[in-house]
Design a protein around this ligand. Structure first.
Ligand SMILES: Nc1ncnc2c1ncn2[C@@H]1O[C@H](COP(=O)(O)OP(=O)(O)OP(=O)(O)O)[C@@H](O)[C@H]1O
Ligand code: SF4
Ligand SMILES: [Mg+2]
Length: 319
């Protein structure tokens, strides 16, 4: 049975320079409580801008042009800035791609985690320290009491990412957005970090939007996948073996063989490039790169066709 959504995004459009450089062109998706959903796409497809829009952290010059973001029944665009900030630090958590940018180099790891409990929950210094040490242990830092006093530059990338995960999940948020949290890590640490996010989110009942450019990472992690191309979701699916959009199929074929596994399959990169934001074209944005393009694809943009619940495809071949 489908659960009621905790997040509903409708027609979300974001641009830089007031429409001159559109980054997200009209996103529609929802997330239910406890669900883990993958958002996958090539570089520049709009994944991070989507994440920043949800968190209210759009960079300077970016504008939310249209659409709504309803989180737990509240339209975020209509909330006063202070309430929005409060919600984002408590009920929504963000795990950044590069943990060093998320951690302050001049404060110890422990102080940064304890700060959340002091500032958000009003705990005393001693209580906050005790909660922080517990949490550092829970995310797998060995000797959390000593780690508490250490600084970010003394930790490996994997350890730093564990700290960032601890901070994002500290207050048991209803929604966690993980923006390519393992890109800078080797495959063994990557698998550990993904396992940790999955375990902690399940323990806390948090929904997760897991952003990646690697479709394979989502296997076994997510209940549902949204494939993003040029600012739009072009496919939504629950079974990764049923990729129908030629772009999704291309992403799959472009994956290198699994680490440690032999494969006779040749790596097939998707030819060409995505249009630059604001570039004028007719029809489907993927048409110049699509080996299955029909005449109509160069004239009319395909509609986002619903084939079944949680199964949508934006392609003339599926109409
Ligand atoms: N600060 C910025 N100023 C201007 N344009 C930007 C800025 N940040 C992102 N963009 C543009 O917005 C579009 C979407 O970028 P976004 O960062 O969301 O892509 P992405 O899918 O997260 O890519 P990646 O996989 O490389 O992280 C791109 O065309 C990008 O050039
Ligand atoms: S609509 Fe046409 S060009 Fe676009 S992905 Fe489908 S077949 Fe390819
Ligand atoms: Mg990004």
């Amino acid at each position: 049975m489908l659960q009621l959504p905790i997040l509903e995004v409708k027609d979300l459009a974001v641009s830089f320079g007031r429409g001159a450089w559109p980054a997200v062109l009209g996103l529609d998706f929802s997330l239910a409580k406890g669900e883990v959903v993958g958002l996958v796409g090539e570089s520049g497809s709009g994944k991070s801008i989507t994440a920043y829009s949800l968190m209210g952290l759009l960079p300077f010059g970016a504008n939310l042009d249209a659409g709504s973001i309803v989180f737990m029944g509240q339209d975020l665009a209509k909330l006063p800035p202070e309430e929005r900030r409060q919600l984002c630090g408590t009920r929504m958590g963000l795990i950044f791609q590069e943990p060093l940018t998320a951690l302050n180099p001049v404060f110890s790891i422990g102080e940064q985690v304890a700060e959340i409990f002091r500032y958000r929950l009003g705990l005393s210094r001693a209580e906050a320290k005790s909660r922080a040490i517990d949490l550092l242990g829970h995310v797998g830092l060995p000797n959390p009491g000593a780690a508490y006093h250490n600084y970010p530059h003394r930790f490996s990338g994997g350890m730093r990412q564990r700290v960032v995960i601890a901070m994002a999940l500290a207050l048991n948020p209803d929604l966690v957005i993980a923006d390519e949290p393992t890109t800078a890590l080797d495959p063994t640490i990557e698998a550990q970090i993904i396992g940790l996010i999955k375990k902690l989110a399940a323990e806390r009942g948090s929904a997760v939007l897991f952003i990646t450019h690697n479709l394979r990472l989502l296997i076994g992690l997510t209940n549902r996948i949204l494939v993003m191309y040029h600012g739009l979701v072009v496919e939504e699916l629950t079974d990764f073996r049923d990729l129908r959009h030629p772009y999704s199929q291309g992403l799959w074929r472009a994956l290198p063989p699994e680490p440690g596994k032999r494969s006779d399959r040749h790596l097939e990169p998707i030819p060409g490039y995505s249009p630059t934001p604001g570039e004028k074209f007719r029809g489907c944005a993927f048409a110049p790169r699509c080996s299955q393009a029909l005449e109509v694809c160069h004239i009319l943009a395909p509609p986002f066709q619903t084939l079944a619940p949680q199964r949508r495809v934006r392609c003339h071949l599926s109409c």
